[in-house]
Design a protein around this ligand. Structure first.
Ligand code: SAM
Length: 269
């Protein structure tokens, strides 16, 4: 019921969609301060062998699939000594992983939820890692400030994809990279591709990783069900299971049936 209402209202206008998503993420950051919950994506798992398995410290193991999504997307570029911006950094786990493991000079996470930013500042105390409040569609950083922009599973919340791409391009230096991942309804995949083509940046790579995302959702299903039961009051269990993409959820069945597609892009300015 709640989900149907959310989807119906967000279909009214891009402005309302953006407003609703902001309220949702503010709610999550304000009410669920659990420090070991620092990712909000569907994850990535290799299909056959272990070639994509990232080596992780034991403390990061519970977040393996979320981290593997980040790793898969960002490993397109060697980040050593680069200045990196993550747009829509959420609860900060991805930015923290990148800074601790991939040796960039600095990582800045930006998100439009001030509560999520406050959470990140308290939770991730890592040298060279910082978080600031900001809107993906109106960034206040100077032009050409970053070598790489990362954007993971967030652009479906934005009011205008074109505006976001324009902002990402603006803050990138010449030849800088946009490393991107998100899902779309299969009818909107061509629209997304056109938006990428018209961004003024070169498309270096495009990849459909839907099967890897489904595998990640399968492998992490049981753990998520237990965590959701432990974290949330009864009335929030169902909406949160939908949000987390557990087996049987609308998004999970969409990925499985091919009506929802999960894509990665590498763009260069
Ligand atoms: C599904 S979460 C993904 C978070 C993170 N990238 C991860 O993978 O864990 C989407 C995030 O996008 C942020 N977001 C949505 N619209 C935004 C906007 N217009 N500007 C900045 N952040 C936005 C939300 O606050 C939320 O933290």
């Amino acid at each position: 019921m709640l989900i149907k209402l959310f989807l119906a209202l967000s279909g009214i206008s891009p402005h309302i969609k953006k407003l609703l998503w902001r309220q949702w993420y503010q709610f999550l950051a304000g009410h669920h301060q659990t420090k070991d919950w620092s990712f909000m994506n569907y994850g990535y798992a290799p299909l056959h062998d272990h070639s994509d398995m990232v080596k992780l410290d034991e403390a990061d193991e519970p977040n393996r699939y979320f981290i593997q999504l980040y790793h898969h997307v960002v490993s397109a570029v060697d980040l050593t000594n680069l200045d990196v911006l993550e747009i829509s950094s959420g609860r900060g786990g991805g930015a923290s992983y990148i800074k601790r493991y991939l040796k960039p000079k600095a990582v800045t996470g930006v998100d439009f939820s001030d509560k999520a930013i406050r959470f990140c500042k308290h939770t991730h105390d890592v040298d060279g890692l910082s978080f600031v409040e900001g809107d993906a569609e109106s960034l206040s950083f100077e032009a050409g400030r970053f070598d790489v922009v990362i954007n993971i599973e967030a652009s479906h919340c934005y009011g205008s994809m074109e505006t976001f791409l324009g902002q990402a391009k603006k803050v990138l230096r010449h030849n800088g990279y946009l490393l991107y991942a998100d899902f779309r309804n299969k009818n909107d995949v061509a629209v997304l591709h056109r938006q990428m083509e018209r961004s003024g940046m070169k498309i270096l790579r495009r990849e459909d990783i839907t099967p890897n995302v489904v595998r990640s959702l399968d492998l992490d299903n049981q753990r998520k069900l237990l965590l959701i039961r432990a974290f949330f009051q009864n009335w929030l269990v169902k909406p949160f299971q939908e949000f987390a993409g557990v087996k049987g959820s609308k998004i999970y069945t969409g990925f499985q049936s091919g009506t929802m597609i999960y894509l990665c892009y590498v763009l260069q300015k």
